[in-house]
Design a protein around this ligand. Sequence first.
Ligand code: HEC
Ligand code: HEC
Length: 256
Amino acid sequence: MILHIAALLFAQASGGIPSSGNVLATPAPTATLDPSFATHPSANDLKEGQQLFNVHCASCHGLYMEGSPQAPPLADTDAGNVDFMLRTGRMPAERPFIQEFDRQPMFSEPQIQSIVDYVMSKSAGDKVLPSVPVPGNLEHGRRVWEENCEMCHASTAHGNSVGYREVAPDLMDASPIQIAEAVRMGPSVMPQFGPKVIDNASLSDVITYIEYLQHAKYNPGGLQLANLGPVAEGFVGWIVGMGLLVLLVRRIGSTE
Ligand code: HEC
Ligand code: HEC
């Protein structure tokens, strides 16, 4: 009987994915966006987008988005790509062909929208932004993360070098939109994950899991154990399990 309890405890505590109703309470992600805004822009919007583009982008990408030695053409780029580049402050680039990092965006939300709209009025790429239905399933999100993302961004999402002077960045400030766009667009050496590899439900799950990691970082105390991952959880299981075993052994020993 005691052995049974010990075994149960051990199995529970050492499992990588905790069972339901546990400490992995989901913080509710908030931001969502209209996935199709780039498909029906107004004339004013396009005009503003064109002005911004000519001032901030054309010097590298060309007035007609034809590209230049400084930057690739944008004739086939997807809305999600443009939005991601602007939203994460990667564009306008400071210098051509140097890895761009997440920075404070140069443009306001409506400005981003009009630049995306203007570029997409010329580009043959996909005009619909990746949609982000959140929150999803936290436990499944953790599995998606472990299978597809952890090897580059590290298990805690604090980032890592991936060679060739490229860095998989810290994701502590990545918003749901940025994550969805990065997964679907595959910036730089990050692979592009299409819906066959990560479907929309799984995308929403992994976003939820990343938000959980962010939440754990910004709210230390109380739930620290979960933050440390399966090794620490297993270790606690080991101690509790061993304690019970020792008790059992002593009991058996003393009855003789
Ligand atoms: C200093 C030159 C420079 C400026 C200015 C610049 N870009 Fe770029 N852009 C680049 C380079 C170089 C790349 C490719 C390398 C990379 O992804 O960092 C790029 C890539 C992109 C991409 C991804 C293209 C693709 O299909 O992969 C988009 C979208 C983009 N830029 C949009 C913009 C927009 C919009 C602006 C203006 C707000 C802008 N860029 C300003 C140099 C520039
Ligand atoms: C092969 C390594 C690799 C894998 C696997 C990978 N990434 Fe990335 N990721 C990168 C690199 C490198 C960048 C930076 C790209 C750049 O320079 O623009 C990046 C950028 C990102 C960004 C943008 C962060 C920012 O700056 O705002 C997000 C979000 C992201 N990755 C999420 C994910 C998720 C989620 C997965 C799993 C589904 C994943 N990545 C898998 C290498 C990887």
